[in-house]
Write a protein that binds this ligand. Sequence first.
Ligand SMILES: [Zn+2]
Length: 64
Amino acid sequence: MDTCVNCGKTPLTKIEIGATKKFIHRAATEFWCKECMCKRFNITEEFFDRKIEHFKNQGCLLFL
Ligand SMILES: [Zn+2]
């Protein structure tokens, strides 16, 4: 459950699981690690972190 479906990294952090739900599918049952999500969306890890901070600041429950 908490293994990256793309590269097999385990365990995934709460942030990575939350981000999969936020970026890929709200009801996702397969999760992606940060590195794979960044590659998939062609974004930097810095951008990813900024996005997560932004969602946290909005009070997004996926990241609490
Ligand atoms: Zn991965």
